[in-house]
Write a protein of this length. Structure first.
Length: 248
C-alpha cells in the first residue's frame, strides 16, 4: 500500500474526481478527510469509503469561509493526526460569455477555484513545514493550455492554480514539502450533464489520442503517484491527464 499510515485531506470529495481520489487513497491505506459543501453526498461518500475499514472523517463547509477551513483542519488533525497529503480539488465550472459576465460571477469563480486553495493550503502547511514532510496536490485544468470560449473566468482561475503551484514549490521545497499539479481533460463525472452535450462528447473523443472517456480513476491514479514516494524527485510540476489531447 503506497499510502499506508498516511492521512489525506481531499476537497470536493462528495462526487466525481474528488470521490475517486478518496476511494483510491483509502484502498492504498490512507486515512481520508472528506471536505465538501454538499453534506448529504459527503456523508454518503464517508459511509461508502469507511466500509473498507480505513479511518475517515467528513466535514461539510463552504471553501470560501476561511474560519470554517481553519476549524476543519484543526478538527481533522485532532481526530486523525497531522495531514500528510492535501488535495485541493474542489471547483466550479459554469459557462458564461465574457461580455455578459458580471463582477460577481468573476469573483465567485476565483474565490471557489483559486482563493480556496490559498485558504486551505495556508491552514495545512504549518504542520507540514514543522514536520519537514508533506505533499500538496492542486487540481487545475487542461483548458488552461487550450483556451476555450465562454470560460475566461474559469480558465483564469485554473491558470492561477498552476502559478500558485510553481511559486509555492520554490518556497517550501527546502522544508521537504512537495507541491505539484494535475491538469485533467474531459472527465466523465456526474456534473458533466449540466454543461456538456452529446456533440461536445464527440468532440472530446475526436481531439483525444485515446478514444475513450476518461474517468475519475484516471486522475486518482496520477494523484496517488504524486502523493506517494514514487514522485519524490519532482515538485512544481503540472501533469496533463487528458487522453492525449494537448501534448507539451
Amino acid at each position: 500500500m503506497l499510502l499506508r499510515s498516511k492521512i489525506a485531506l481531499i476537497t470536493g470529495s462528495a462526487t466525481g474526481i474528488g470521490k475517486g481520489i478518496a476511494e483510491l487513497f483509502a484502498n492504498e491505506g490512507s486515512a481520508v478527510v472528506l471536505v465538501d459543501r454538499d453534506d448529504a453526498r459527503n456523508r454518503a461518500a464517508l459511509v461508502e469509503i469507511g466500509a473498507s475499514g480505513v479511518r475517515t472523517l467528513a466535514i461539510s463547509l463552504d471553501l470560501r469561509d476561511r474560519g470554517a477551513i481553519r476549524a476543519a483542519v484543526a478538527r481533522a488533525q485532532e481526530e486523525l493526526g497531522p495531514i500528510d497529503v492535501l488535495v485541493n480539488n474542489a471547483g466550479i465550472y459554469p459557462r458564461q460569455k465574457f461580455i455578459d459576465m458580471t463582477p460577481e460571477q468573476w469573483d465567485e469563480m476565483q474565490d471557489v477555484n483559486l482563493k480556496s486553495m490559498f485558504h486551505m493550503t495556508q491552514a495545512v502547511l504549518p504542520t507540514m513545514l514543522a514536520r519537514k514532510s508533506g505533499k500538496v496536490i492542486n487540481i487545475s485544468s487542461v483548458t488552461f493550455h487550450l483556451g476555450l470560449a465562454n470560460m475566461s473566468h474559469y480558465i483564469a482561475s485554473k491558470g492561477g492554480v498552476i502559478g500558485l503551484t510553481r511559486a509555492l514549490a520554490r518556497e517550501v521545497g527546502g522544508q521537504n514539502v512537495y507541491v505539484n499539479c494535475i491538469t485533467p481533460g474531459a472527465i466523465n463525472v456526474e456534473a458533466e450533464a449540466n454543461f456538456v452535450s452529446e456533440d461536445d462528447i464527440k468532440g472530446f473523443l475526436e481531439n483525444q489520442s485515446l478514444k475513450r472517456r476518461l474517468k475519475p480513476l484516471d486522475i486518482a491514479r496520477v494523484c496517488l503517484f504524486l502523493a506517494s514516494e514514487l514522485s519524490d524527485g519532482m515538485t512544481g510540476q503540472s501533469l496533463n491527464v487528458d487522453g492525449g489531447w494537448v501534448m507539451r
